[in-house]
Design a protein around this ligand. Structure first.
Ligand SMILES: [Zn+2]
Length: 356
């Protein structure tokens, strides 16, 4: 007996594809704000897998991961259903911005979509808990939560670094099923800051945090960044698609072969290095050094990885040094930095382990 599946008030039949525009609000420019949703229901029974990109609008290339997965998945070769959201925050996406820009009420609008799931107030604002008393970004979160996330058995939320930055690491919800999805994705470098002893240390947030709170396992592949070359972007997209197909094979949604790296690095401590002074960062780090198309670059504590100079006096004002022995998993390329901008991050060998 097949399970009935209703999406956007429509019955989804086995072996079918659908495209929906989920309505959020009408904008002052006369257009409707909608969030696009692709639905592929396979002929065979299986789980519902949610795929999201563009929760942060400047993380744009992840759109290619969703596009490839939607185009390369045939309903007659699929068991289960894919719910794919290529652009979760279209306003931020159209401005290449992390947050929703120019909110109508900037003092109370929580504009980072990944901090307002499920789009309902959890604590009162000015004494109000009314579900309608939410920001536009929260309304987007509510639509995604109701129409997509709550209907999934598993969630994957794709992220990366901002413009001129690069990143490679996997985050995952602190349950065993999520941990296994993260391993099977095979990105090779996994951040386990909330697992084990520190499980109760931090609040869960974001799309997968909300999913975890209602019992849905989830992972956050963080791959690549914006503004790099086509070969770099293509390799990032390949990693995203490969890992997702590994997970889909693991969940018996498609037939395939799970291909994993020989060993994967699990780290706990990940010190970010920030520029203490504003200026011009000059670094020999390349975006590929985070492990895109080549092994992740090994760095040692105290190693000078870049300098910042004052663009007015032209004097060198700061050396950027590795804070630990470890693997460079996040960086930005040469260019202007503001004081306290993060410049790089290192997965510390201390408290870390390789798993084969
Ligand atoms: Zn992000």
């Amino acid at each position: 007996m097949e399970m009935a599946l209703n999406i956007c008030e429509q019955e989804i039949e086995p072996g079918s594809r659908h495209f929906f525009r989920m309505r959020v609000a009408s904008l002052l420019n006369g257009s409707d704000l909608t969030i696009s949703l692709h639905v592929i229901r396979g002929e065979g029974d299986g789980p519902v897998l949610g795929l999201l990109a563009g929760v942060h609008g400047e993380e744009y290339y992840q759109n290619r991961v969703i596009r490839r997965l939607v185009n390369e998945t045939c309903p007659d070769e699929l068991s289960g259903t894919i719910l794919a959201v290529p652009v979760a925050n279209p306003i931020a996406f159209s401005h290449t911005s992390r947050r929703t820009p120019d909110p109508p009420d900037s003092t109370v609008d929580f504009t980072n979509l990944n901090r307002v799931f499920p789009g309902k107030r959890l604590t009162p604002l000015f004494g109000s808990m009314e579900p309608t008393d939410v920001s536009l970004t929260m309304k987007m979160a509510a639509v995604l939560s109701e129409e997509v996330i709550s209907k999934c058995d598993y969630i994957m939320d794709f992220h990366g670094h901002r413009m001129n930055g690069a990143l490679k690491k996997m985050l995952y919800s602190p349950d065993d099923v999520s941990g296994e999805m993260a391993r099977i994705f095979g990105l090779g470098i996994l951040h386990d800051p909330i697992g084990g002893e520190s499980a109760s240390a931090g609040p869960l947030y974001g799309c997968t945090g909300y999913a975890a709170s209602i019992g849905i396992p989830g992972i956050v592949p963080e791959i690549g960044g914006g503004g790099h070359s086509e070969p770099f972007e293509r390799e990032c997209a390949r990693l995203g698609v490969h890992g997702t197909k590994n997970v889909m094979t693991h969940l018996n949604m498609i037939e395939g072969e799970i291909v994993l790296p020989e060993k994967q690095f699990y780290f706990r401590r990940a010190p970010h290095v920030r520029a203490a002074r504003s200026g011009y960062l000059v670094t020999d780090i390349e975006p590929e050094d985070v492990g895109i198309g080549r092994p992740t670059r090994e760095v040692s504590k105290g190693e000078v990885l870049g300098t910042v100079y004052n663009p007015y006096t032209l004097e060198e004002v700061e050396e950027i040094k590795s804070p630990a022995d470890g693997l460079l998993y996040m960086c930005r390329i040469s260019g202007l930095v503001h004081a306290q901008n993060d410049v790089l991050a290192v997965a510390d060998y201390e408290d870390s382990k390789w798993i084969e």
